[in-house]
Design a protein around this ligand. Structure first.
Ligand code: ZN
Length: 342
């Protein structure tokens, strides 16, 4: 099939390198529009990098895309999953139940996944109180109904294997190097095929958007600090082609990494300026910043994106504290940030 001259979300199986097909799968509701699964031919079967969201519509699209290149679900031997977010992980769980493929996931996802399986996903939102957004937390109540929690628990199971750290994984004739890249989530990994000059980047490096930081049931101490380190780590690899989970394939990981580093440097400066202007909590700072590439007002975002925005802002504030540009004090469970006069 062609490399796909149209929209990157158009269904099909698009060969992006010999033996590697990009297969975009639909997502139900959000701005991401689709998620790319990458099918790698190996030993007469397939290894899939990421799996999609366990939805009937996505499963049908995946089945017909695999059919168009001569495979079916029974040919999938293994899933290599970049991170535990639902749109990457849950279809693998569903297909494993039906066909028995094995699933590998970074060990850093273990605390979050165990919390999800225990039905405690709501605890990740408790931070909203500390961030000065107790009101948003209250509005989220509907997400924690017993039925919603049960549905979430049903979609997640433990993987067959944990990827313990940097590790070379044989996939047919090729070697994929799993490289931990914490930040978007604690256990995010990318898979580098240096010989073929490919980086299966998951959500770590996305071509058109900046990934959310630390949106997970067990948030890291300093998720943005981890993320920036993981971006710089990509600079120590050769400059590979970027195979992202959302968006089209492009030629240079390094180019996009550099843009993301500049974006976050600008964002850190804006965040520090908002505190100098008197915003105290992460919520107050978030309301002073523009959101998305179109610089939308915080109040115009939907509830879920407001929650993400406050979490992102807190991640930036905490990096500024570690860098000695701000100080933080927590009173009655709410953290206030203050400028440190130069
Ligand atoms: Zn994600």
């Amino acid at each position: 099939m062609s490399a796909g001259a149209g929209q990157w979300t158009e269904p099909g199986a698009f060969e992006v390198a010999p033996g590697v097909h990009r297969i975009p799968l639909p997502l139900p509701n959000d701005g991401l529009r689709a998620v790319n699964v990458y099918a790698i031919a190996a030993d007469g079967g397939l290894v899939l990098v990421d799996s999609g969201w366990a939805l009937r519509a996505a499963r049908d699209v995946l089945e017909s895309a695999l059919g168009s290149i001569g495979y079916d679900f029974g040919d999938v031997r293994r899933f290599l999953i970049t991170h535990v977010h639902r749109d990457h992980y849950t279809m693998a769980v569903e297909l494993r139940r039906m066909f028995g493929a094995r699933i590998a996931l970074g060990i850093g996802e273990q605390p979050s996944l165990e919390r999800v399986i225990a039905g405690e996903t709501h605890r990740q939102f408790a931070d909203l109180t500390r961030w000065g957004a107790a009101d948003l937390y209250g509005q989220l109540g509907g997400l924690f109904s017993a039925a919603e929690t049960a549905a979430a628990v049903r979609d997640f199971e433990l993987p067959d294997e944990w990827i313990p750290g940097t590790q070379d994984i044989g996939v047919g004739d090729r070697v994929l190097r799993a490289v931990p890249t914490p930040g978007h989530t604690r256990g995010h990994v990318v898979f580098a095929d240096v010989s073929a000059s490919l980086l299966f980047a998951g959500d770590h490096v996305l071509p058109h958007i900046t990934p959310s930081i630390g949106f997970e049931p067990m948030r890291a101490e300093l998720p943005l600090g981890d993320y920036l380190d993981s971006l710089r780590l990509m600079r120590t690899l050769p400059d590979l082609r970027l195979l992202p989970a959302h968006g089209p394939v492009s030629d240079s990981v390094h180019t996009r990494v550099d843009e993301l580093l500049v974006h976050h440097a600008d964002r850190l400066a804006e965040t520090a300026a908002a505190v100098r202007d008197g915003a105290g909590t992460a919520f107050e700072v978030a309301r002073k910043l523009g959101w998305t590439r179109r610089a939308r007002r915080f109040d115009d975002l939907d509830l879920f994106n407001q929650v993400l925005a406050v979490g992102e802002t807190a991640a930036h504030l905490d990096v500024l504290v570690v860098r000695g540009e701000l100080k933080a004090s927590t009173v009655d469970g709410v953290t206030e940030y203050l400028s440190i006069p130069a």
